[in-house]
Design a protein around this ligand. Sequence first.
Ligand code: LLP
Length: 472
Amino acid sequence: MVMSSESAAAVEAPPVQAAGPEPFEPGRDPASPNRNLTPITTEVDVKGRLQVGGCVLSDLARTFGTPLYVLDEATLRASCRAYSRALSQAYPGPSLALYASKANSSVAITALVAQEGLGLDAVSAGELLTALAGGMPPERIVLHGNNKSLEELALAADRGVTVVADNWRDIELLTELAPQLRQPVRLMLRFTPGIECHTHEYIRTGHLDSKFGFDPDQLETVLQHLAACGWARLTGLHAHIGSQIFELQPHRDLAGVMADGLQLARSLGHPVTDLNVGGGLGIRYVVSDDPPTIEDWVRTVAGAVAQACRDRNLELPRLLCEPGRSLVATAGLTLYTVGSRKTIPGLRTYLAVDGGMSDNPRPITYQSPYTAVLADRPGAEASETVTVAGKHCESGDVLLKDIALPPATSGDLLAVFATGAYNASMASNYNRIPRPAAVLVHDGMADLVQRREQPEDLLRYDVLPARLTPVI
Ligand code: LLP
């Protein structure tokens, strides 16, 4: 086990009983953090308390309050390195992994990912400005979106960010902007590849009912159109087939479809150098999840792209991919304080925590399962089956249904794992509940990277028309 703490107190973690009949092991595989349930620096100290990044979780809760997003720097860096290493080993040409920042967009995460040499995928002016503020070089950023505004396109073009043209409207708006531009716009073209993935199955069709990208039938027309646009420099093609995918075959099939697109684009005179195969690699949320390693995923994608290009006699493009979840999910966990407890005899026991669907909307949105332990007693026998509910006025506000935990009472601290992706970035203020703080832990230190919202912050954008001002 990785000993991240300077303190001699850290000891080898025993298997932890939680969230089901099987014990789970704290994350131990730094080569592919997406396969671990917990951050790679997770340990149990001599007092039996869980620590991550050398920080005792209950100390973090005392210092920063709960709910609290905790992000382990070592895990995030290990994931970045796993992608970069695998790409350079498995792909014979140049390559770059772009962090899909929709998974968790913040200035601090961007800075880390930029330091690790990755690029970034943004889908809005907000994500783009965050990336620029975090020091991501514009030439390593791509801007996605199926309905970009003129302002978003102008910002990207002005900063030298690559725009992923998703539809004709993008091209119309860029044509409108062209007279004001100082440089040609670096463009990629997104198309729907006819490969549809649900988590555990996929289908191939000629056309897809998707709001993203050009229909494959339109590809030739749009490529011809762009060849006549002086403002456009088409540098690449893009496709993305889905998220939380455990299968590798759809990615192999995608390579062939994209290589066909590359051949077509080059035959029409576009010097296309980049193939961007999107993201999608799944992670382990619960013990029974068994995603491929980052290395296997990259080896499959890289091998298939190289082979498809060889088969068509095409010069190798630069290979880009856009992992989001698999880079950041298992680096994160959320700490909650247990509050009320309600037992319905013969039916269910509810434990309510101080957050819920506003800081993690994934269970209510996708029925996503999670794994949790009591942060100060991770090794205690999980002798009760409980349902962990949030504090929102909604019966469906349940974070974990029927999980095994040691008997817990108010004041106990619950750690929910693998919340580093699509939690903070999808958080809301439902019920006017402020969003949690986020801390980055590393070598026994915790840095605040997102301040906790205060209830008063939520009033900042309210405007009371004068005629409604209460007369006192
Ligand atoms: N590239 C594009 C164009 C995407 O649309 C996405 C995700 C990614 C990359 C990153 O995919 P990843 O590696 O994270 O699977 N909110 C959902 C996930 C939505 C993913 C949307 N697109 C969830 O919480 O499961």
